[in-house]
Write a protein that binds this ligand. Structure first.
Ligand SMILES: [Zn+2]
Length: 1014
């Protein structure tokens, strides 16, 4: 699903909260704790409860839960509750929103809905709640045809606080015109104070969508939907095209809200162990009972199935030229997209999912063999795979990193591959492996299960499909096995129906245009001039006045005491810790964490790499990506892949830098291994690791060259979407030795290195290095392991691991080495990476202290305070960046960042002045409490069974150290904050500032180190 705004914010864990609170923590909590506890309750089908009627109750054995479907009697609002013994409770409300132009109405409405409501009239209660809550998830997103407002929390008081804020926002929003201007779009002088400066477009969504369209992948994906489903709402962009957004008027937005945000067009979801009846009562008493049923609301938003084409269609589009691309002559993309089954046919979708995975996933898939391996492009195109977010589902197959002259060839390979599969069918092993993966996925459940479930149900529910069907995975697997057993040509017939004989297909091609950015700028300017030419002198003068007024609104302190809040006293003093047993097997340290894992065994291991030379270390990121894909002495890579999928979901290999919690610039460098399996497959899983570690075969040069090209093609994707991450890494690498190593392993330096390798004519020497790395690292000389298992499995696991350890080369030579590396750590460094983006990413890092230092916690609280009260109000609100914040990282550096930022050096100066802002001591006690809550939100995040015990395994943070860290948060006070601010946020501390973004006159004196054209 395409999600806008807050989804991204959550991912970057940005938060926004600003201006002073005058009141102390006034409580407007809805109920007391005892009233809303998770006491048991019983309901039956047909019962009428709190204005709702129970329409269906479905037991869901696959996920150990119960689905309760209800309908609101008066308004016919639909309600689905998932009753499950999970403390991370979820609530969400969604509306079907089907726009017919690309002005971004539903997206801008999503933003403004959260900008104040009847009961919570202050500006932006949503972001303010971030620091008054312990939400584990707080978000809103706009899909192509619906808008959803979900949150999750483990705290019952918090749950009702947030429910109240969300429901008030969607049913009684203020929808102020000024918020439309700030969040949507407006005309404003570039310099608000100077009426002589030029008038430009501004607005949060306007800038956000400019950022989205900076990424070729996003341009391509949007065009698939727009052109394959052209007759209704999918023809337009629900997020908003920056060239169309300025056509949206405030009146149209209000109309859209009135015609879509009504209970009769709503779907309400709750999940977890809180009492459903209390939820229903709250929703009905406070909101739904005021409304009556109105058919128009849901009828007018129905999305009809797309009428089928008799002929395929073609479309060519232009994208950005990418200076980061490995081969500048291979920057084109081709994909064929097929319209498939209606989203309501859930079982058919399951079959299609299996079939399309067979076609594309892994080295045994026919498209992988025919399209990816022959070196025509650099890997699958964006969108490749089966997509179930629209009324009619879509399968896309294509290649990126192409030369345009290969378009015809690629298209014809796609068709002949389908023919081949129809003629030959599929290997039974591969079918079984995909079904095994589906079974294992049912068992393996993450900590955000309730939220993930919401997102998988929402698209179907939005079209009034039967969501209970999605939850019947085991039944679907059984049915599918039966179907293919009864008819040996079952899949062949599907291939003919959905692909070979399907004329509803789009051949979409994209080639780079060096003038793309210029052209977009020119078009934006034309629209600007057109808008301005329709205005008289008075209206122009008004632009200046409005600009000043809006700034005044943003700068005015307001009373947010209307908002509910948790108190510090609502935070549990003590938290429980998992049951871990520390032991050794053949001298290798092993921790076994015993807990309820739903019959899944989780294995992890770390292997020391500190002894490798710096030069060889630069090849490690490549090594870990290819090592399990090259085959072994006894099995070629295709067979080995089949063996892996028979027992696990995959052998995951990565790099792990572990910061020392006691000393700066001190860390461990390791290769990490990870896998999971059904309990009964534990020996099979260890057998796979044994084969890989002992017998990996790094000799097939062609295979290696292909993997290198694909990796190089992949790594450049996403720089524009997470530029702040790369900027932060690079800046930190100047003030921390650990961060330096991280940057080498996964930052811009790594991307540059991959590009270099991909352009190397003779890869033989590099492959030899790979072989040497395997020899030097894949042994048990310095190794540590962890297992997360159920109590039953823990009794028998020792034998398995002992046998596994005995089979691994080498003998234990001691613990994984903790390395200190002196680092320059001096002066102020400034770098500008010039890349053709429409926006900037700015980061600054300052050396600080390690995790166990008593200042660390204070700085952590300080960072929350700065983000909420200083960075977001200025950088996001006033200057229009999409996000901004500051964190203290595990390597002990303070890291400022901005995200999709129209400014560069202005933001850098604001980072520099953070210390001075704090020194003014202009913040309240409740600001400090909110900052602490923000820290607890991170510290007490729910942990899935697979990740329990990882704090100690990966970081050496014992339960005592962790409990002490939590206690210290509570003790932070104003004096502490002012003291650390003056100690660390000053010019004497080593720092580095990095801008990633377009050419810029202000950075002439900055160092430009990264030559993207080399
Ligand atoms: Zn947004």
């Amino acid at each position: 699903m395409k999600c806008h705004k807050l989804h991204l914010l959550e991912k970057c864990s940005l938060s926004r909260n600003f201006r002073k609170t005058f009141s102390s923590h006034q409580q407007t909590q809805i109920k007391t704790r005892s009233e809303i506890s998770s006491k048991p309750y019983t309901i039956v089908e047909g019962a009428e409860i709190e204005g709702f009627k129970v329409t269906e109750i479905q037991n869901v054995p696959d996920f150990n839960c119960k689905l309760v479907k209800l309908s609101h009697i008066a308004t016919r609002a639909q309600y689905a509750h998932i009753d499950r013994s999970d403390a991370n409770n979820v609530f969400a409300i969604a509306f079907r929103t089907t726009p017919f132009d690309s002005t971004g109405i539903p997206h801008i409405l999503e933003h403004i809905t959260l900008m104040g409501s009847k009961k919570y009239p202050c500006r932006d209660p949503f972001f303010k709640m971030l620091n008054r809550s312990l939400a584990t998830y707080l978000n809103a997103s706009t899909a192509p045809d619906f808008t959803v407002y979900p949150f999750a929390t483990q705290n019952d008081v918090d749950y009702y606080n947030l429910m109240s804020v969300y429901l008030d926002a969607v049913f009684k929003p203020k929808l102020r015109e000024n918020d439309f201007k700030l969040e949507g779009w407006r005309l404003e002088h570039e310099d608000v104070d100077n009426p002589e400066s030029s008038i430009i477009f501004k607005g949060v969504v306007f800038n956000e969508m400019k950022g989205v369209f900076s990424e070729n992948q996003n341009i391509f994906l949007e065009n698939i939907i727009n052109n394959l489903l052209p007759s209704h709402t999918y023809a337009v962009n629900s997020g908003g095209d920056p060239l169309h957004i300025p056509r949206l008027t405030y009146e149209k937005l209000v109309d859209f809200q009135r015609s879509h945000y009504h209970p009769s067009n709503s779907r309400i979801y709750s999940y977890g162990n809180f009492n459903l009846i209390n939820n229903l009562k709250f929703v009905n008493d406070n909101y739904l009972k005021e409304f009556a049923y109105c058919e128009a609301y849901w009828k007018n938003t129905i999305v009809p199935p797309e009428s089928r084409w008799s002929e395929p269609r073609r479309k060519h589009i232009y994208g950005k030229y990418d200076p980061l691309a490995t081969d500048s002559n291979k920057q084109s993309t081709l994909a064929v997209s097929y319209l498939c089954e209606d989203i309501k046919n859930v079982y058919d979708l399951f079959e299609l999912k299996v079939l399309t995975q067979l076609l594309t996933d892994g080295p045994n898939a026919p498209f992988y063999k025919n399209l990816v391996e022959p070196n025509i492009g650099s890997g699958y195109s964006p969108g490749t795979g089966f997509d179930t977010q629209t009324r009619d589902t879509i399968f896309t197959i294509g290649l990126q990193g192409l030369n345009e002259k290969d378009f015809k060839k690629v298209e014809s390979i796609i068709y002949t591959t389908f023919d081949e599969c129809i003629a030959n069918g599929f290997d039974e092993t591969n079918i079984e492996n995909i079904l095994h993966g589906a079974e294992l996925n049912v068992k393996h459940q993450g900590s955000d299960f309730g939220i993930n479930l919401l997102y998988s149900l929402a698209p179907l529910w939005n079209h009034d499909g039967n969501i209970g069907e999605i939850l019947k995975i085991t039944e679907h697997i059984r049915q599918f096995r039966k179907n293919i057993n009864n008819n040996p040509f079952y899949l062949n017939i599907m291939l003919e129906k959905y692909f070979k004989n399907n004329n509803h297909r789009l051949i979409l091609t994209m080639s780079p245009d060096k003038d793309y950015e210029d052209l977009t700028r020119r078009k934006e300017n034309e629209i600007l001039q057109e808008t301005l030419s329709g205005m008289d002198i008075k209206e122009i003068a008004n632009v200046y006045e409005t600009g000043l007024q809006l700034r005044n609104i943003l700068e005015t302190d307001e009373d947010i005491s209307c908002l509910p809040t948790l108190k510090i006293s609502d935070i549990s003093q003590n938290i429980s810790h998992p049951n871990i047993n520390f032991t050794k097997v053949l001298d290798v340290p092993l921790q076994i964490c015993t807990l309820s894992t739903n019959n899944v065994t989780y294995f992890r291991s770390l292997l020391d790499v500190s002894h490798l030379s710096d030069e060889v270390k630069t090849l490690l990121p490549l090594f870990v990506q290819i090592v399990s894909q090259m085959g072994t002495r006894s099995y070629d890579y295709r067979i080995f892949d089949q063996m892996i999928l028979r027992k696990t979901l995959g052998l995951n290999i990565g790099l792990q830098i572990t910061d020392d919690i006691w000393e700066m610039n001190t860390f461990k460098e390791t290769i990490s291994l990870g896998s999971l399996c059904l309990d009964q497959n534990i020996n099979g899983m260890f057998e796979l690791w044994k084969i890989l570690l002992n017998e990996v075969s790094l000799t097939d040069l062609n295979r290696f060259a292909m993997l290198v090209r694909n990796i190089a093609g992949d790594v450049v994707n996403g720089v524009a979407d997470s530029g702040h991450h790369f900027a932060m890494l690079y800046a930190s690498s100047y003030v921390s030795a650990a961060a330096y190593q991280r940057e080498q392993f996964g930052g811009l330096t790594f991307i540059q290195k991959m590009k270099e390798i991909a352009n190397t004519q003779d890869l033989e020497p590099i492959l030899k290095h790979m072989h040497k790395i395997a020899d030097d690292t894949l042994n048990k000389k310095r190794m540590q392991c962890a297992l997360n298992v159920s109590a039953e499995q823990s009794k028998i696991v020792t034998n398995s691991i002992h046998e596994f350890m005995s089979s691994i080369r080498g003998s234990n030579e001691g613990e994984i080495i903790t390395r200190f590396s002196s680092h320059k750590n001096v002066g102020t460094n400034k770098f500008h990476f010039v890349l053709p983006f429409a926006v900037n990413y700015v980061a600054k890092s300052i050396q600080c202290v390690p995790y166990t230092n008593s200042d660390f916690v204070i700085v952590r609280v300080l960072c929350k305070l700065l983000t909420a009260k200083y960075l977001l109000p200025f950088i996001r609100e006033r200057y229009g960046a999409y996000g901004a914040g500051v964190v203290i990282s595990s390597c002990g550096t303070i890291q400022f960042y901005s995200y999709r930022d129209p400014n560069s050096t202005t933001t850098a100066s604001l980072f520099d002045e953070a210390g001075a802002w704090l020194a003014k001591n202009d913040f309240t006690e409740s600001d400090i409490d909110e900052a602490k809550l923000g820290v607890f939100r991170e510290v007490d995040v729910p942990i899935s069974p697979s990740d329990q015990g990882m704090r100690i395994f990966l970081n050496g943070i014992t339960n005592d150290i962790f409990d002490e860290h939590r206690r210290r948060i509570l003790n932070v006070n104003r004096e502490h904050l002012l003291e650390v601010a003056s100690n660390y946020l000053n010019e004497n501390n080593a720092s580095a500032t990095v801008i990633i973004g377009p050419e810029n006159k202000q950075t002439e004196s900055w160092e430009k180190t990264f030559n993207v054209n080399s």
